[in-house]
Design a protein around this ligand. Structure first.
Ligand SMILES: *[C@@H]1O[C@H](CO)[C@@H](O)[C@H](O)[C@H]1NC(C)=O
Ligand SMILES: CC(=O)N[C@H]1CO[C@H](CO)[C@@H](O)[C@@H]1O
Length: 733
């Protein structure tokens, strides 16, 4: 027997500087309390100017202070992880658990098949015993184009996987790999093997893209594979039978690559859809996958990735396994979450899409208190916990690879199909106690919370070489819509049965509860933010002060909190690897998201609760035309469409422009600039900053001529709207 003591498969470190941070946070808290005290002590008397505005500001400041306290849960006690993959190989190479990988796609136009199969190929080529890997593609679009692409991928894999092994290729998404080769030396440097594989890939890409463009598969190809016959009874994407195809069967001795090694199992699934059965979006697809895969491969570990998130590191599967099989601490770890990183982020991340601070700071903070949220992609789960095993129940190792004995592939397909029927879930615990939870647009967060509430832990693993890379939204509307969905979903979780505020009370640590609430309370932030960006500016126009004068000692807490918080936030951003301009862009997006996405999310959630509207799951587009991509690369903000969100943003920006310029002009005319600064300094600062941060928006409204500018009708509407508000306010106040 080899000695195993002391050789943990992973280690956890705490951040050394956390005490300094805590000290800093205490000083901020003192500042916040003084601000509150100032507001309470100086409320204007009945009948005085600005009494109600003052009380509103008190409300907003109470909210901001409270929310700041909530965010401390993410910064108080961060943890960092490290794995030892060599120890894993030494001890367990021959007993590694089976891993089932679920790739989910939903629409072949928004998520092009060629992108989907690049993700599939990247996870098929993991550095892991191939007979223990199974890859399932769930296609909620039920598209034969996606199926065709997967079929092509299953052929290409026979060349690609041995090539990856032989040359230790990274990354293993063919598109990303060929992109990473330096283009100018292409011919000189490519070996014969690379040239062959590149040609094979390009031919495949060509066939798939042609079929995608035409919207149909060449008849010749169609007749080659019996799988297409399953589309004979297909009437629409929301009305068809289960389509299930095992394209590669890992147990079949003939399913080998060109060098004779086994290939991973590869399965296509489009679960049954009927117009009058609600299909529960991605949660429904995941649950169908859990059931179907239990018959086919029944891997102990389940990895799920979004179809745009290719694996950038063929070893990250082993990283995750290190946590889950560690003898001492692995038992109570339910899932290992990797961060969401993106491939197409520009240098200064115009739309703040890198999630930099969330990935590099906040999730480490969650990890220090029991583990991160489950965020729906790049996450390794234990199958039995997802399937409902309760905390503390000992796991019996029974059936290994499904209960498939002598079944042929055809029989297996037939028996598994019923598990993906549209009525399977009805009157079962699926969606409640088993599998992913239904009834929420961020089913992943809710599922993760309910797992953690039982006592399980989770792990956040954030290696410097990123494990998964996806496609970030590249226009402003896409970004705002995505944030609306996230914020709305998280707010629903807060109001649901599984609320982190009460359901999880005493089940998870207070720090983790705060951490969840930080995201679940994104939405209500809109009210305080809108108030702060409108009312002080309007009062500036009227010359009524709402903040301490520049000579008053009460200005000190305001100045301290503002300067210290912004300096800290800049430092945090730079520390996470961002740039100064990136931070500035991030501040803009912070404001836009609060003023539009969260406002709409807030209204929708409330209407929904009152039963007045239904929520809909919107997928963010992953494909873009050249024009848009070009502007994205130049970091020019993309508006383009006439979204109601923009009306609000533009109206806010113009309102602040009027108020700021109005107040300044008036002061200059009356030669009272010094007095203006003395009494209204904070309001000038606030509305001046809002003008500054909105510069790209003014350009989009009035100066630009390209297709990505604000539509003219919208510009006129919002200009009229904000002018009207200003005039009304000055006349009637
Ligand atoms: C992705 O992997 C490549 C190596 O294949 C590495 O050079 C690159 O830094 C990785 N990308 C990120 C964002 O970590
Ligand atoms: C799919 C997609 O939109 N990809 C874009 C990622 O970003 C680059 C620019 O950095 C674009 O060229 C791609 O079109």
């Amino acid at each position: 027997m080899e000695r195993r003591e002391n050789l943990a498969l992973f280690e956890t470190k705490r951040y050394e500087g956390r005490f300094i941070y805590r000290l800093f946070a205490v000083t901020i808290l003192v500042g916040i309390c003084l601000i509150w005290a100032y507001r309470v002590c100086h409320i204007p008397k009945q009948g005085e100017n600005g009494r109600w505005a003052w009380i509103g500001l008190l409300g907003a400041e109470l909210w901001f202070g409270f929310y700041w306290i909530v965010t401390q849960g993410l910064r108080w006690n961060p943890a960092y992880r490290r794995t030892f993959k060599d120890r894993l190989s030494k001890r367990y190479e021959n007993q590694l658990p089976g891993v089932d990988i679920f790739v989910c796609t939903a629409d072949p136009t928004i998520e092009p098949p060629i992108m989907v199969i690049n993700t599939v190929l990247s996870v098929m080529a993991y550095d892991y015993p191939q007979q223990k890997l199974s890859v399932y593609l769930s296609d909620d679009g039920g598209s034969d184009l996606t199926f065709y692409a997967l079929l092509e991928a299953s052929e290409f894999a026979k060349y690609w996987i041995p090539y990856c092994k032989k040359f230790k290729v990274e990354p293993r998404s063919p598109a990303a790999y060929f992109r990473s080769l330096p283009p100018y030396q292409e011919n000189a440097n490519l070996t014969n093997d690379s040239a062959i594989i590149k040609k094979l890939y390009e031919e495949m890409e060509n066939r798939i893209e042609t079929a995608t463009k035409l919207g149909q598969i060449p008849t010749e190809e169609r007749s080659k594979h019996k799988g297409f016959s399953q589309w004979d009874s297909y009437s629409s994407r929301s009305d068809h039978d289960t389509i299930l195809q095992i394209l590669l069967d890992g147990r079949d001795p003939n399913a080998t690559d060109v060098t004779g090694y086994t290939l991973p199992t590869l399965v296509y699934l489009a679960r049954e859809k009927r117009p009058f059965h609600f299909h529960n979006f991605k949660a429904g697809a995941m649950n169908a996958l859990i059931r179907v895969s239990s018959k086919i491969s029944n891997g102990e570990i389940i990895l799920n990735v979004d179809c745009d998130m290719y694996s950038n590191n063929s070893k990250s599967i082993r990283d995750a396994i290190c946590f889950l099989v560690d003898e001492e601490k692995g038992h109570d770890i339910a899932y290992v979450q990797f961060p969401q990183n993106f491939d197409n982020i520009t240098k200064n991340e115009l739309y703040g899409a890198s999630l930099r601070v969330i990935n590099e700071v906040e999730f480490h903070g969650l990890d220090g208190y029991g583990g991160p949220l489950y965020i729906g992609s790049g996450c390794f789960h234990r199958r039995d916990i997802l399937s409902g095993r309760k905390f503390g129940v000992v796991y019996k190792k029974e059936e290994k690879r499904g209960n498939r004995k002598e079944q042929s592939v055809c029989e297996l397909e037939e028996t598994s199909k019923s598990l993906a029927s549209s009525t399977y879930d009805e009157n079962t615990q699926w969606g409640r106690e088993i599998g992913l939870k239904y009834g929420c647009s961020v089913e992943d967060v809710m599922t993760g919370l309910s797992i953690q509430s039982q006592g399980w832990k989770s792990v956040y693993f954030n290696p410097s070489r990123k494990a998964f890379l996806g496609v970030a939204p590249i226009t402003l509307p896409q970004t705002l819509v995505q944030h609306k969905r996230w914020a709305e979903g998280c707010f629903q979780v807060l109001l649901s049965k599984y609320s982190p505020a009460w359901y999880a009370y005493k089940k998870i640590s207070l720090g983790l509860q705060l951490g969840y609430c930080n995201y679940c309370l994104w939405t209500p932030n809109c009210l305080a933010t809108l108030y702060y960006s409108i009312v002080p500016s309007l009062y500036l126009l009227r010359g009524i002060p709402l903040f301490p004068q520049i000579s008053s000692p009460w200005l000190i807490p305001f100045a301290y909190v503002i300067i210290a918080e912004y300096t800290y936030s800049l430092a945090e951003f730079l520390w996470s690897g961002g740039s100064v301009l990136g931070w500035w862009n991030h501040q803009r997006m912070w404001f836009y998201e609060r003023a539009s996405s969260y406002l709409f999310a807030f209204i929708d959630t409330i209407l929904n609760k009152l039963g007045l509207s239904n929520s809909a799951f919107i997928i963010t587009a992953k494909a873009a035309n050249e024009d848009v991509s070009e502007r994205y690369e130049k970091e020019i903000m993309e508006f383009g469409t006439s979204s109601p969100m923009f009306t609000i943003l533009a109206a806010l920006a113009l309102l602040n422009l009027y108020c700021f310029s109005g107040a300044v002009t008036e002061a200059v005319m009356a030669e009272s600039v010094a007095r203006l600064c003395e009494t209204l300094f904070m309001q000038i600062l606030l509305s001046g900053l809002l003008v500054l941060i909105n510069l790209p928006l003014y350009q989009g409204l009035f100066l630009r001529k390209d297709k990505g500018k604000m539509p003219t009708s919208l510009a006129l509407r919002s200009a009229a709207f904000s002018l009207f508000a200003c005039i009304c306010f000055t006349i009637f106040y």
